[in-house]
Write a protein that binds this ligand. Structure first.
Ligand code: GLC
Length: 563
């Protein structure tokens, strides 16, 4: 069996949202055998690693990010044999498997939490428990211990009568946070990672891993309350805990990525600098907040491209200068589809419309910047936001809470539904579009989440092997990642596209004599470019069918020149 030892700097990771990828048994949920069935498709696309979202036993309050048993397969997704078969079959094709480790919190259904509730002090020490404020004594909850708010709306504390305490949950109330100051918790988490490593997994993604180290003192923040993710991010012992986890589980040198919520550049450098032996790379999210009006995810605004450019510049150049490494992405299971977000609503499924241009422009950027590109399932087909016409069609806990919150704030149902159409995470979770047929070829049954109506135009069958398709564009970019040293390893520097091109993001990559210049327009109008020094260079790729014009970028045009 070939081993998977690839340089992560030259690799491409493909994220599979297991529940929505391929259903092999007609129950409407994707599953592990479904993934095995599609390995030839993935090998043909050319990706190196598959990141699988959680398929462990879970009450599914947060779609599997509420884990009740870390070392088993939820029967709805298959069996441990199915898992072993998937790992082996992927390996035969030179593809590694990365697993999602949700170690910041468990489910309330996890054995540890159950034991805690049944009075086991050992397991009570696994969680963050506090007395209520103003409580009159045992049995009286009083008020939540602090004014912290969880990520999905409402207090970050839940009263548990069996404990006679409040427990901290930074996400849903069914996701109690683990207390990482407890060495036994840290050891137990390392055991989980070791368990999967020993089963042949080649890498890991760590869910909200920068939230594991809480502040020494847990107290109110000024004002009525605040989202606690930003209070807890990159806490006092986070680097120490991460290093210890990596060492104890024996995964140093494997491909690893941390999801870093509300993080900063200095910490991400430390998470990913090879000498620190923490992780290979990090996800940060600042570039995906440029269309939040006033920083509020549920308030719509047009994307601010000047800000986007500045965020990307800071993270590209800053991580490079610090010796860190970025994970590059636009989409994942927590985001609406970027193709819709950044202007690609026109001519869906056709060549030359804004859908086609934006999809190819965004992927050009993420594949040619410095870091490791991630493709989220369906990106390579140009899958778009779901476009559901009623709130009943949504499933996600965060979205449903936000919908209620918007109505409470005075939005009409139509307005709130419009916000969901733009912002709900379910936009990225719709079933994979394999064919134009019923259930989009994802399932022969009733899909757990509605299939997007445009699967009749946007689907794998219509795109694989078809010249000029989104799929073939992605295949080309993936191949370039594998063959081009300057793309994988070159230095990055952002360029000024000039005052007449405020919605153009341009950068160069250099390695020795090699130079690559990339310009991407987020503008729906043509714009004039300043001289980017490309006179003696040749066009390596462009997303229009004909050659780029000199000094001008057409709407949503992306061009890369090389020398
Ligand atoms: C991460 C996951 C997200 C989940 C949250 C809580 O952000 O990507 O889907 O809801 O963590 O586990």
């Amino acid at each position: 069996m070939p081993t998977i030892e690839k340089d992560f700097r030259r690799s491409v990771v493909y994220q599979i949202y297991v529940k929505s990828f391929c259903d092999s048994n007609g129950d409407g949920l994707g599953d592990l055998p479904g993934i095995t069935r599609k390995l030839d498709y993935l090998a043909h696309l050319g990706v190196d690693y598959l990141w699988l979202t959680p398929f462990y036993p879970s009450p599914q309050k947060d779609n599997g990010y509420d884990v009740s048993d870390y070392c088993a397969v939820d029967p709805r997704y298959g069996t441990m044999d199915d898992f072993d078969e998937l790992v082996a079959a992927a390996r035969e094709r030179g593809i590694g498997i990365m697993l999602d480790m949700v170690l910041c919190h468990t489910s309330t259904e996890h054995e540890w939490f159950r034991q805690a509730c049944s009075g086991e002090e050992r397991y009570q020490a696994y969680y963050i428990l506090r007395d209520g404020r103003g409580s009159a004594g045992p049995g009286d909850p009083g008020e939540p211990p602090t004014n912290w708010e969880c990520a999905f709306g409402g207090s970050a504390w839940e009263w548990e009568p069996r404990l006679g305490k409040w427990y901290l949950h930074m996400h849903d109330a069914s996701q109690p946070d683990l207390d990482w100051t407890n060495p036994e918790v840290r050891e137990a988490c390392a055991d989980v990672v070791r368990f999967w490593r020993e089963r042949g997994v080649t890498g890991f993604r760590f869910d909200v891993i920068n939230l594991i180290s809480k502040p020494e003192v847990i107290e109110d923040v000024p004002g009525p309350g605040a989202a606690c993710r930003s209070l807890v991010a990159d806490g006092p012992h986070v680097h120490e805990y991460l290093r210890e986890l990596v060492e104890r589980s024996g995964i140093d040198g494997m491909i690893t990525v941390g999801e870093m919520a509300s993080t900063d550049l200095a910490n991400c450098v430390r998470y990913t600098r090879p000498d620190d032996h923490e992780l290979s790379m990090s996800f940060s999210f600042h570039h995906l907040k440029v269309d939040y009006a006033g920083g509020d995810k549920w308030a719509l605004a047009e994307p601010d491209i000047v800000e986007l450019r500045e965020v990307l510049r800071e993270w590209q150049e800053g991580m490079q200068d610090g010796g860190g490494w970025n994970a590059l992405f636009w989409d994942n299971h927590d985001q609406p589809r970027a193709i819709t977000r950044f202007g690609g609503r026109g001519g869906v499924g056709e060549r030359g419309g804004s859908w086609d241009l934006v999809g190819k422009m965004l992927s050009t950027m993420s594949f040619l910047m410095k870091g490791t590109p991630y493709v989220f399932e369906g990106d390579e087909l140009g899958m778009t936001n779901a476009g559901y016409d009623s709130i009943e069609k949504y499933d996600d806990v965060e979205s449903k809470n936000a919908y209620r919150m918007l109505l409470g704030r005075g939005s009409t149902p139509d307005e709130a539904l419009r916000v969901m159409g733009e912002r709900s995470r379910d936009n990225g979770r719709t079933p994979m579009q394999w064919t134009a047929g019923p259930g989009a070829g994802f399932t022969t049954g009733e899909p757990w989440l509605g299939v997007s109506a445009n699967h009749e135009q946007v689907n794998a069958e219509a795109e694989v092997g078809v010249e000029g398709s989104m799929f073939e564009w992605y295949r080309g970019l993936i191949a370039l990642r594998h063959t081009s040293d300057v793309v994988a390893l070159g230095d990055v520097r952002f360029l000024d596209a000039g005052s007449a091109a405020p919605k153009v993001i341009a950068f160069e990559r250099t390695l020795g004599e090699k130079r690559l210049v990339v310009a991407c327009s987020f503008d729906d109008e043509p714009c004039e470019l300043t001289d980017l020094g490309t006179d003696d260079m040749t066009v390596l790729l462009g997303n229009y069918a004909d050659c780029p014009a000199e000094g001008v970028l057409r709407p949503y045009e992306a061009v890369a020149w090389s020398r």
